[in-house]
Ligand binder design. Structure first.
Ligand code: AMP
Length: 564
């Protein structure tokens, strides 16, 4: 199918538009699997990333750094249309991708420069963009984007924009891609899954599936500096129910911070966030602590907590440290970090195997953890307490809350570490406060003194079709500082502005508390929140991890059954 230069972006775009019309998971899987079989290796790699809206694997530090603003500017220059015309298209279609397509159809200017767009050519341009830095980089990026849009047909523009913004809107998630790779190359889906959990790179997994089959995939092991999906916990209702579920448990504090996966090998430390973003640059203090206190050749799992005077600072502080690109030293001074380690995934020097230790039981892994952490200089091992007594669990829970943390985790002592799994081997017990994690889709500029700040936000949940539907608006619970930071953070994702009203490209999740859920025709979801209050930015959550309409409807129902 591919020409001499590999798969053309026209063909890729046509394929995407076919997928967009399909809603059946099976059909999507079959189509993608068929398509994959016909591709060259380098196209397989790019295809697997692009089809899910990624240019690099999530953990790769490189990023093209093209937001909504640059796309508007490039479209304006390519087509000769005014920005407000393009904004009108966004309002009509609800999508900058479709708006780009329309803009190219109405193009006023003819292109002087055109290049055949192939996946490998796009890869080349994206790599060049991601290597740009410094003052002139924005201008250069715009020029490169103009070249791309000038060479693109309208339908290519639709998918180029969506790819740059990381949201293809095809309904192709990781599960579908995993099954399509398995089907295309005749390998078992669970083996593809495991290979993906340890490499987090579908492109690489697909190529190995094709060339070496199941044997090759099985050989893929955890390696330092490539992140591993984190193991997650299920909610426990009470100490009794948790002990009932897993029997004797290892009880640890549930620290109120944010997850870190720390890799230390070959003289280098790399730190990944829960979303597998490389956050090493923001945490030079942690890097130093690790080098001083930990044996090399390890991958460790833990929770980073911002501390002041022996107490954890609110979760928000630690996220501010993670997001910091400039003035890292200042932030370090303001918000010192402590790391509480609770697991080990790889240990090169103390095992006979290749170093991977995730299949060892929890107690064995803890033993290794104790061996590789030499001192507790800002880095310590979370205490673990074996018990099958619910009252003992309750006591540890109280201690954790008194120390300013969230609750406790109960872990099954003989369980392996299963990457990416939210299972019953880990249970979490938290103080009860039902909050919702919702996606910010709109907002409004403030009045008077606050006119430079976005001071209210429209929030959405996820419906059965994975679409975002509004459930409410939050305007309280923010400090002035919160609003300043949020305005700064969200500004680049403004898609349309009309007077004071804003439409955002969905990217961020807010945790909100509320007094009650009500039925209401005001929002598309049919529900509304009474007295919603901002709790925190869930920067560690992807929009796809936000709460669903199903959960909201359950919470709504439960209001009648509870004794309030
Ligand atoms: P949640 O975010 O409420 O689903 O809770 C799971 C999170 O708790 C993990 O992703 C960790 O970031 C955090 N956590 C804090 N302490 C621990 C611990 N001792 N073991 C595992 N996870 C922990």
């Amino acid at each position: 199918m591919a020409g001499e230069n590999g798969l053309s972006f026209t063909e890729f775009s046509k394929f995407c538009s076919e997928l967009e019309k399909i809603s059946s998971t099976l059909e999507l899987t079959a189509k993608i699997s068929e398509f994959l079989q016909r591709l060259r290796d380098d196209d397989i790699y790019n295809f697997c990333l692009f089809i899910t809206g990624k240019i690099y694997p999530q953990w790769d530090e490189r990023e093209v750094g093209v937001g909504v603003g640059l796309i508007y500017e490039a479209l304006r220059l390519t087509t000769g249309l005014k920005r407000n015309k393009i904004e009108e298209y966004v309002r009509d279609t609800g999508d900058l991708g479709l708006a780009s397509e329309l803009a190219l159809k109405r193009k006023l200017q003819t292109s002087l420069f055109t290049e055949e767009l192939t996946l490998s050519y796009l890869r080349y341009v994206f790599d060049s963009m991601s290597s740009l830095s410094g003052e002139k980089s924005q201008k250069k990026k715009i020029r490169m984007l103009v070249d791309l849009f000038s060479s693109a047909s309208p339908i290519e523009a639709r998918y180029l924009t969506r790819l740059l913004l990381g949201e293809m809107r095809l309904g192709v998630g990781e599960g579908i891609l995993r099954d399509a790779i398995a089907k295309a190359f005749g390998v078992d889906s669970s083996i593809v899954e495991r290979a993906y959990m340890v490499t987090n790179d579908f492109g690489k997994v697909a190529i190995i599936a094709k060339k070496e089959g199941e044997d090759g995939l099985r050989k893929l092991k955890i390696t330092p500096h490539t992140p591993v999906r984190m193991m997650l916990a299920q909610v426990a209702e009470s100490p009794e129910s948790a002990i009932n579920d897993i029997g004797e448990s290892a009880v640890e504090w549930k620290f109120d911070g944010t997850r870190v996966q720390i890799h230390y090998a070959d003289g280098k430390v790399t730190i990944f966030s829960r979303r597998l973003e490389n956050v090493t640059h923001a945490l030079p203090d942690v890097v130093e602590m690790v080098k001083k206190s930990v044996e090399s050749g390890v991958i460790l799992d833990g929770e980073a907590v911002a501390m002041k005077d022996g107490k954890p600072l609110p979760f928000q502080h630690i996220l501010q440290r993670f997001r910091r690109k400039h003035d890292v030293a200042k932030a370090m001074e303001k918000t010192p970090i402590e790391v509480n380690l609770f697991d080990i995934l790889y240990c090169k020097n103390r095992t006979s195997d290749a170093g991977e230790v995730i299949d060892l039981p929890y107690t064995e892994r803890r033993r290794l953890l104790e061996l590789v952490v030499k001192s507790n200089n800002g880095i310590r091992i979370a205490k673990s307490h074996l018990t099958s007594d619910p009252n003992e669990v309750r006591r540890i829970f109280e201690n954790a809350i008194n120390a300013g943390h969230e609750g406790v985790m109960l872990k099954k002592p003989d369980s392996p570490y299963i990457p990416g799994k939210r299972g019953k081997n880990w249970l979490k017990l938290k103080e009860v406060m039902e909050t919702l994690d919702l996606v910010v889709v709109g907002g409004e500029w403030g009045e008077g003194k606050r006119s430079h700040l976005i001071s209210s936000f429209t929030l959405a949940c996820i419906d059965e079709n994975q679409e975002l539907i509004p459930v409410g608006r939050v305007a309280t619970g923010f400090t002035e500082e919160d609003l300043e930071e949020l305005t700064e953070l969200l500004k680049p994702d403004i898609e349309v502005e009309e007077g004071k009203k804003i439409v955002f490209r969905p990217k961020y999740v807010f945790e909100v508390a509320y007094q009650e859920i009500q039925k209401s025709p005001k929002y598309e979801s049919g529900y509304a929140l009474r007295f919603p209050r901002f709790v925190r930015l869930r920067d560690d959550k992807d929009i796809h991890e936000a709460d669903t309409i199903e959960r909201i409807s359950k919470l709504y129902e439960s209001q009648f059954s509870s004794n309030r």
